[in-house]
Ligand binder design. Structure first.
Ligand code: ZN
Length: 47
């Protein structure tokens, strides 16, 4: 079970959204969200 990065709810029962970023040249999942609203709520990132 994976928890939403924003609200902590399990993402699997919902419509999970995963955020992949290049970290040191490697594709890494840096965020997982139970829905799109949680994704946009945390869209602000440093840089
Ligand atoms: Zn959420």
């Amino acid at each position: 079970m994976t928890d939403c990065t924003y609200c902590g709810a399990p993402v699997e029962p919902h419509d999970p959204v995963y955020v992949d970023e290049l970290v040191d040249g490697e594709r890494t999942t840096t965020g997982r969200f139970c829905n799109y609203a949680c994704l946009t709520a945390t869209s602000r990132r440093p840089g």
